[in-house]
Design a protein around this ligand. Structure first.
Ligand SMILES: [Zn+2]
Length: 233
């Protein structure tokens, strides 16, 4: 069974995307409004989440440089325009499956700061990250290495499969590569050495309990804002 957008919604989305593609700068508010429409449609566009992040990043950057004023102009990059074009081209044929039916293969993967491993219950495979993968991990989202582990596992364990449903069980623990440990609330707010130079401007505490008992909550929020951690994790 599938969920699709209504015809009216599809037309509305295409018009909103098309509007942003007209030459010249656009207003931040209209970019934000279009992103809102894209996000609201995810329940009927299963690959939608893969095609809006650049727009979101550029909207945030524009808001930051205009101190939060939504009515200021911004210019979209070619990468952001490519995302809009994807929606215009694909929204008519997009859908989301409510159930994908039974799976024919189950893979379990795991990744850490040093390497990855995967199994399908019969064979096991794994390896260490190369230096390029580790550099890329530092410039991507925190679950980047988990995704690379899935990619390697699918290539190794599902090499001959086509048009089938594979269930991938991923360790969803977020990992802090610079500190080589799992990301927890305590790690973010107290321990992570990657952000200590920013944290020390607002507070220095030995543990989470002391933080919540003795620190002004606004200082904690200021630290999260300046370090951009609320977007990173
Ligand atoms: Zn850390």
């Amino acid at each position: 069974m599938r969920v699709t957008l209504t015809q009216a919604k599809m037309i509305e989305m295409k018009e909103a995307c098309q509007k942003l593609l007209t030459p010249g700068p656009c207003v931040i508010r209209s970019v934000a409004s279009t992103i809102g429409k894209l996000v609201a449609s995810f329940s009927g566009v299963q690959y939608g989440p893969l095609h809006y992040c650049q727009l979101e990043r550029e909207k945030i950057a524009a808001l930051r440089s205009h101190r939060g004023h939504f009515d200021r102009p911004m210019t979209l990059s070619n990468a952001a325009k490519t995302e809009l074009l994807w929606w215009i081209k694909n929204v008519d044929s997009s859908y989301r499956e409510i159930s994908k039916g039974p799976f024919s293969c189950c893979i379990t993967t795991d990744a850490s700061g040093s390497g990855w491993g995967a199994t399908n219950g019969v064979a096991q495979i794994g390896g260490r990250w190369n230096s390029l993968e580790l550099v890329r991990a530092q410039h991507n989202e925190t679950n980047y290495l988990e995704m690379v582990a899935v990619y390697h596992a699918l290539r190794a364990l599902c090499r001959t499969m086509h048009n089938t449903h594979v269930l991938v069980r991923i360790d969803n623990t977020t990992y802090c590569i610079p500190c080589d440990c799992a990301v927890t609330v305590s790690h973010i707010l107290v321990d992570c050495r990657e952000y200590s130079h920013i944290r020390e401007k607002y507070y220095t505490v030995p543990d989470l309990k002391t933080l919540f008992q003795q620190t002004d909550p606004y200082l904690i929020l200021d630290f999260l804002k300046e370090s951009n951690l609320y977007r990173t994790f």
